[in-house]
Ligand binder design. Structure first.
Ligand SMILES: [Zn+2]
Length: 352
């Protein structure tokens, strides 16, 4: 299978995607432009080194799963909507949040960038200034309608913001203890960058989801030890706990200093936690503002776990099992988020 044959297949895929239904019309444009860039590479493939064509093909394959996963029917729409709001607080240009639906139990962010590559490597192509910032997030397909379980996506978005502004790298350049014996300076630096990336992503998530960040980490990786890429769960939990309780913490301090150096806002609590008594009556919650839009993730997480334990809500019948309880709480949360979005769209339509 040559890259050329693959590119024909990919061109057809993206042309088809450009005719699909997306919640975000920007994905249609993205699909069209991508199909256009593929057509260009096919036409000029003789003028580009084979390696560039091959790399381009890999970039397009990679982005395919995310654009395809962002179609109206496949995307975890409400979670994406909230993540876009969060992103706007940090990245002052319109960024697309795309999602791959996975058939495994994993959350990740993909940091490779097709349009950055196009701008850098395809010197014969005029994109007309098109270079969108795209956040590619992968989450389990089974969680599409389960926003309460999408808390790890805030952590993944934190990785994207960190990558964009090089916060962890900056913090290591600004502040790093000497390497201990038996490890080179470079290895020591890399290890610290990796670990601080995880701490930054945790703290970023905690700004929006508070303690739910730690609760979800405990659900996924309760007892992981230190590794080359990740600090131990115990250390990660402690950093977030210190941050949320306003206790001084060296990691929090060095990351805050790096944010100042990169002219970014400080990490701070940006949510307020709603009281979800209305869930007892199977009624959605009327979210008041963006702080509550973030805070409902924590409130719903707590509500769900309280109901799984003490089953005090009147709607929990004796034969209701954990999956009924989980589905009901996720459903009420999803609808509460959706109502907020609908009202916002309506207000925007009236004002414009
Ligand atoms: Zn991470």
């Amino acid at each position: 299978m040559t890259p050329g044959v693959n590119l024909h297949i990919l061109a057809a895929e993206f042309t088809q995607l450009s005719r699909s239904a997306f919640f975000e019309p920007a994905f249609q444009e993205f699909s069209e432009k991508t199909a256009e860039s593929i057509a260009h590479v096919l036409e000029y493939s003789a003028s580009y080194p084979d390696e560039i064509v091959r790399q381009f093909q890999h970039h397009v394959w990679n982005v395919l799963q995310f654009v395809s996963g962002s179609r109206s029917n496949d995307a975890p729409h409400e979670a994406q909507y909230v993540l876009r709001k969060v992103l706007k607080e940090w990245i002052y240009e319109d960024a697309l949040v795309s999602s791959a639906s996975l058939n495994n139990f994993e959350f990740f962010v993909s940091l490779t960038d097709l349009w950055e590559f196009v701008g850098r490597a395809l010197d014969r192509y005029d994109s007309g200034g098109y270079a969108p910032l795209v956040v590619r997030i992968g989450s389990p397909a089974a969680y599409k309608h389960r926003p309460v379980f999408c808390v790890p996506l805030f952590h993944e978005l934190g990785h994207f913001v960190d990558h964009n502004y090089k916060i962890s790298e900056t913090s290591v350049l600004m502040n790093l203890a000497p390497a201990p014996p038996g490890i080179t300076d470079e290895q020591w630096q890399n290890l610290n960058v990796r670990h601080r990336m995880e701490h930054f992503a945790d703290l970023f998530a905690a700004c929006y989801c508070g303690q739910a960040t730690n609760l979800s980490l405990c659900a996924f990786a309760p007892a992981n030890g230190d590794s080359h890429t990740h600090p131990s769960t115990q250390r990660r939990l402690a950093v977030v706990d210190d941050f949320l309780n306003n206790r001084s913490n060296v990691i929090v301090d060095v990351l805050q200093s790096a944010l100042v150096a990169r002219k970014q806002p400080a990490l701070s609590v940006r949510y307020s936690e709603p009281t979800l008594n209305c869930f007892d009556d199977v009624l959605t919650y009327k979210i008041k503002d963006e702080a509550e839009l973030y805070g409902i993730f924590l409130a719903s997480w707590k509500y769900l776990h309280a109901q799984l334990t003490d089953r005090s809500a009147p709607w929990i019948t004796p034969d209701a099992d954990a999956s009924t309880i989980e589905k009901t709480v996720n459903d009420l949360t999803e609808k509460s988020l959706r109502n907020y979005e609908i009202v916002e769209r309506w207000k925007n339509a009236v004002n414009n």
